[in-house]
Design a protein around this ligand. Structure first.
Ligand code: SME
Length: 162
């Protein structure tokens, strides 16, 4: 396989339209969830240069309670475990919907893994209509995410078979 991603400049929409076929190609024929999350995180990080792009997976703890656990990501080191309903990630999981946060300091209960993070979008990943993971993207600038990101990141998470 060719190693290099083709990075495109242009509007946000044009960038997503250029990266999505490459993500489809990266996922094609690979069934391993970790490998696929790793390549999606890397492709998005390379294309958009965001501060942090990665996944948290729903897993059960020793007491059989579900929580989010850090999974493949690109960016600074991050918190490893997040309870349901906590922070942006745990809230997106609990609500089973995408959350866009223009200013993380204004989100009650936001979990600051990096003090550099200023805005954030979290997109649930579904299997059989159940949330099995979330895709979390952080920017070091305020107000970086909108409905265009939601649309395309939801398309991308739908490509993942976790
Ligand atoms: N800010 C997230 C925690 C994860 S880190 O941003 C990577 C939250 O509030 O859930």
């Amino acid at each position: 396989m060719a190693e290099d991603l083709q990075i495109h400049k242009g509007t946000k929409e044009e960038q997503y339209q250029a990266i999505i076929p490459q993500i489809k190609w990266l996922l094609e024929g690979e069934t391993d969830s970790i490998a696929n999350m790793a390549n999606v995180a890397a492709a998005l990080k390379e294309q958009f240069g965001w501060l942090w792009v990665g996944f948290y997976m729903v897993k059960t703890d020793s007491g059989n309670i579900e929580e989010l656990v850090l999974a493949p990501f690109q960016g600074p080191v991050a918190c490893t475990r997040i309870k349901k309903g906590r922070g942006v990630c745990g809230s997106s999981w609990a609500a089973a919907k995408t959350l866009i946060v223009p200013d993380v300091e204004k989100f009650p209960g936001h979990i600051a893994c990096s003090s550099l993070s200023k805005s954030e979008i979290v997109v649930p990943v579904f299997r059989n209509e159940k949330v099995v993971a979330v895709l979390d993207v952080d920017s070091d600038a305020y107000d970086q995410f909108d409905e265009t990101d939601q649309l395309y990141l939801e398309l991308i998470t739908a490509l993942l078979q976790l």
